[in-house]
Write a protein that binds this ligand. Structure first.
Ligand SMILES: CC(C)(COP(=O)(O)OP(=O)(O)OC[C@H]1O[C@@H](n2cnc3c(N)ncnc32)[C@H](O)[C@@H]1OP(=O)(O)O)[C@@H](O)C(=O)NCCC(=O)NCCS
Length: 204
């Protein structure tokens, strides 16, 4: 059985290892923007009031993570949310990841369902998420929880961070191949790679 609880600083090591596992098995780095996994930065994220980070545990082992970003990825004012949505009452669901050994069991769907209870408890009117257009496992898990796609989002990702992470020895071979193709789209002098995301929203 999967159990959920908010992560604490005692989970730093396991959360760092989970992020690294996610990158080791990521077929396309466009799907998950570069995120630090060293202990100091991970501790900083867990403690930061901007985030509420929840772990999914099976037999005490951390097998997945989801989170709320109370700053909505700093997207408010940058993208058009639907007219019916009051952005003062909006929160983002992000950092969704499931350990490679635990995939294909609908754990992300359960994690999203769990964190939506927290969204309700906090009194938010809407939750949104951004998902790469080819990331079917992620978008399906959100749609099964009542999210709907409402817009495209051309997300800028720093080329330097994309190059750094995709050239790490642990990064998956297929991920490295796909990263080369992504980087081939970048024009000389551009600092950012533009990746194609969908924005999904749910009314609470
Ligand atoms: C995205 C992620 C969290 C999903 O984890 P998961 O709980 O194992 O998801 P599942 O494999 O159970 O897939 C969820 C659904 O998508 C479907 N799916 C998976 N891959 C698919 C594909 N290539 N095409 C179509 N559907 C697919 C599954 O069949 C399942 O549907 P079902 O519930 O109808 O059976 C996990 O793949 C992951 O950690 N990926 C790397 C990080 C990432 O991309 N995070 C999301 C960032 S937005």
């Amino acid at each position: 059985m999967i159990e959920f609880r908010q992560l604490t600083v005692d989970d730093v090591e396991e959360f760092s290892a989970l992020i690294k596992n996610m990158y080791e098995h990521l077929e396309n780095l466009e799907w998950f923007s570069p995120m630090p996994f060293d202990h100091d930065n991970v501790k900083g994220m867990i403690e930061h009031p901007r985030f509420y980070i929840v772990g999914a545990f099976e037999d005490g082992v951390l097998c997945g993570v989801t989170s709320l970003d109370y700053k909505c990825g700093k997207l408010i004012g940058k993208v058009d949310f639907p007219d019916y949505c009051n952005t003062d009452s909006l929160v983002e669901i992000g950092f969704n990841m499931v350990h490679s050994d635990y995939r294909g069991r609908g754990i992300m769907k359960q994690m999203v369902s769990h964190i939506l209870e927290k969204v309700k408890l906090d009194g938010f009117g809407w939750a949104f998420a951004k998902v790469h257009k080819d990331n079917f496992a992620s978008s399906k898990s959100l749609i099964k929880n009542g999210f709907e796609i409402f817009a495209d989002y051309h997300k800028p990702v720093k080329v330097s961070e994309f190059v750094d992470l995709s050239s790490q020895p642990f990064f998956s071979p297929v991920g490295k191949e796909n990263a080369k193709q992504s980087l081939a789209r970048v024009k000389d002098g551009d600092e950012n790679l533009i990746v194609e995301y969908d924005l999904l929203i749910k009314t609470m």
